[in-house]
Write a protein that binds this ligand. Structure first.
Ligand SMILES: Cc1cc2nc3c(=O)[nH]c(=O)nc-3n(C[C@H](O)[C@H](O)[C@H](O)COP(=O)(O)OP(=O)(O)OC[C@H]3O[C@@H](n4cnc5c(N)ncnc54)[C@H](O)[C@@H]3O)c2cc1C
Length: 295
């Protein structure tokens, strides 16, 4: 199917992009990688009157660490850039584990992390990763710039906290206060598919003690789920078989899976538990990423 008729603009400044969105009211949409928006337009689930393409703003294509270790991922950074990133491999095990598991190479070449957060698909992998890491999204609009914590950014399935005339310009991951470990595990029907179950775990440790923990779940509820009780159960404790098992139980309880063609609710809940336990067990033995696809 072809999209319905729309006006296309490719502004050369952020101010112009914001003005176009402002003038377009609720009928304008930002285009980044187009890997979610274009299919939705072709199916006519999305019928914007105006599409504001931000790809003429190349300065939004970056990912870098500030002096204190804060990571910034610009709105035009593609999944593939993150998959290849030495910076992520060296300092962000949860992100490094997730990047190769997003879709397929063609989608990864165009799609963006920030676009994925904005799209707010309950099966989107990056939302869980950024939530587990305690990240945020920086938005810019006619009233200036503001930072929205990831925990408040996704407001429901395919809904985010942006105003219609705001552009998300970057995702921010706070600097670690201790040694970072964690991973992302994803159950998918076949390589390149959306998650049947995805689990992001990010921990920081001072010595043996977990100083900060974040656990978030993909595809097992109406939107991305922060397993806050599971994360709290780890904080201030060492990773032992007992603390790991308790956190895995609490994460499974936080899941809200539904039985569908991908599997029973019981099976999905079981996989949440298994993935949390697996990532934490690996982290307890050695620091670093745990990336794998589950068959
Ligand atoms: C075949 C296929 C398989 C896929 N598999 C997966 C998968 O396994 N896991 C996964 O997580 N994702 C998957 N995706 C989605 C993919 O990751 C998209 O790239 C991503 O969801 C959206 O990023 P984008 O840059 O393409 O955004 P776009 O499609 O350009 O935009 C998506 C939405 O976000 C808004 N938006 C985008 N950028 C901004 C911005 N800077 N400011 C404000 N609003 C913005 C748009 O207006 C639109 O509403 C898949 C997509 C396809 C086509």
């Amino acid at each position: 199917m072809y999209p319905s008729r729309f006006r296309y603009e490719a502004p050369r400044s952020l101010d112009e992009a914001i003005q176009l969105l402002h003038d377009g009211g609720g009928d304008a949409k930002v285009l980044a990688g187009g890997q979610s928006l274009v299919p939705l337009m072709k199916l006519r689930f999305a019928m914007p009157e105006l599409v504001v393409d931000i790809n003429n703003l190349p300065w939004l294509d970056y990912h870098r660490a500030d002096a204190d270790g804060t990571l910034r991922v610009g709105a035009l950074t593609r999944h593939a850039d993150l998959e290849r990133s030495e910076l992520l491999r060296g300092s962000q095990p949860t992100m490094a584990a997730a990047a190769p598991l997003i879709a397929d190479p063609i989608v990864r070449n165009r799609g963006t992390l920030v676009g994925s957060l904005c799209h707010a698909d309950p099966q989107g992998d990056w939302a869980s990763v950024v939530l587990a890491l305690g990240g945020s999204v920086v938005a810019q609009g006619p009233r200036g710039r503001r930072s929205i914590p990831m925990a408040r950014f996704v407001t429901g399935p395919f809904e985010n906290a942006l105003e219609p005339d705001e552009v998300a310009i970057e995702a921010v991951i706070p600097a670690a206060r201790g040694t970072r470990a964690g991973g992302y595990l994803k159950l998918e029907r076949r390589v390149g598919d959306f998650a049947t179950v995805g689990v992001a775990v990010a921990i920081e440790r001072s010595g043996d003690i977990v100083s900060r923990a974040g656990i978030a779940l993909t595809g097992v509820g109406g939107s991305t789920i922060g397993a806050t009780d599971a994360a709290a159960a780890l904080t201030g404790k060492p990773l032992t078989p007992e603390t790991i098992s308790a956190a895995a139980d609490l994460a499974a309880q936080a899941a809200r899976p539904r039985t569908d063609h991908r599997g029973s609710a019981e099976y999905k809940r079981h996989m949440v538990r298994t993935f949390v336990e697996r990532i934490l067990t690996r982290a307890s033995g050695h620091e670093g990423a745990s990336a794998e696809r589950a068959a």
